[in-house]
Design a protein around this ligand. Structure first.
Ligand code: GLU
Length: 299
């Protein structure tokens, strides 16, 4: 097996559950013997991330028997890096400020409901482009008024400039990148000079990740990340999107609904080995009958 540099990149917005344990284990296993396994805390969302959850991530992963290289990269400490990347895209004319609120966007979409340009993207309805054609003067006026704004990518221009792009996915084979399905994606949020797509792509390159592992739920994001790699001339890693663990109804595990936290399993006397034995990287599926037992005793 090749030696790779992989990472686990949780957001500290809640306690880790067994789906996260599976994902972290998958990433660590994929590094291979002699490979590097890194950890990154994706905490750019100041309203949802909590230091206590970050502490819990370290404790829970260590309890599970995983070890990672230090230092751990914490995204909130690198906002300047993301800001300069946005400034570069601005100089190249590839982003524009968007002053729309969610309500504005919904209203615009509702009024244009039959318009041919209305599409559903992986993150919901594609932005209808309201602010795309604002003049420089109009943009400046809104900024001077103190109106908060996000920064959106001029997707069409970016795609045209980048040309045809592909990536290699261990699960899905050679893939053609189609980032245009996202429309003018947000790269700088109103509350912070970054977005998941921007910070994640830059950090994966900065950390020298050669194999990006994550759940199938983030598969579509890779289209955007591949484009960002091209725009910033970054190395192109290989990808491995793993299936998501499900409960016995086949429903995806989520922090809010049906997932057992590592903390709860630990506090109820489970051993790390018994938690890890619920799944394996080869198997890629949760041992459902075991989970049913666990559910009965630990929920
Ligand atoms: N921070 C993301 C999450 O917790 C994962 C990002 C990634 O692996 O690319 O869902």
């Amino acid at each position: 097996m090749a030696t790779e540099t992989t990472r686990f990149a949780p957001s500290p917005t809640g306690l880790l559950h067994i789906g996260h344990a599976f994902s972290a284990r998958f990433a660590a296993d994929k590094a291979g013997a002699g490979g590097r396994f890194l950890l990154r805390i994706e905490d750019i969302d100041g309203t949802r991330c909590r230091p206590a959850f970050e502490t819990a991530i370290f404790e829970d992963l260590a309890w599970l028997g995983l070890s990672w290289e230090t230092p751990v990269r914490r995204q909130s400490e690198h906002l300047e890096t993301y800001k300069s990347a946005l400034a570069e895209l601005e100089r190249r004319g590839l982003i524009y400020p968007c002053f729309c609120t969610r309500a504005d966007i919904q209203r615009e979409i509702a009024s244009a409901a039959s318009a041919p340009h209305l599409h559903m993207g992986p993150e919901g309805p594609v932005y209808p482009g309201t602010c795309r054609h604002l003049s420089n003067a109009a943009q400046q006026r809104r900024k001077d008024e103190g109106a908060p704004y996000a920064l959106r990518l001029r997707m069409e221009e970016a795609v045209k400039g980048a040309g045809a792009l592909t990536w290699r996915d261990q699960t899905h084979g050679e893939r053609k990148a189609t980032p245009e399905i996202f429309g003018d994606v947000v790269l700088g949020r109103k509350d912070t000079p970054a977005s998941y797509h921007l910070a994640c792509t830059l950090d994966d390159a900065h950390q020298g990740i050669t194999l990006i592992t994550r759940g199938e739920d983030l598969f579509a994001a890779s289209h955007v990340h591949r484009l960002l790699q091209a725009l910033f001339a970054l190395p192109v890693p290989i990808y491995a999107h793993h299936p998501l663990l499900t409960d016995r109804e086949g429903k995806k595990l989520s922090k809010r609904e049906n997932a057992i936290s590592i903390r709860a399993l630990r506090e109820s006397g489970q051993s790390p080995a018994s938690v890890m034995a619920l799944f394996s990287a080869e198997q890629q599926h949760l041992n459902v009958s075991r989970l049913e037992l666990e559910e009965r005793s630990y929920r």
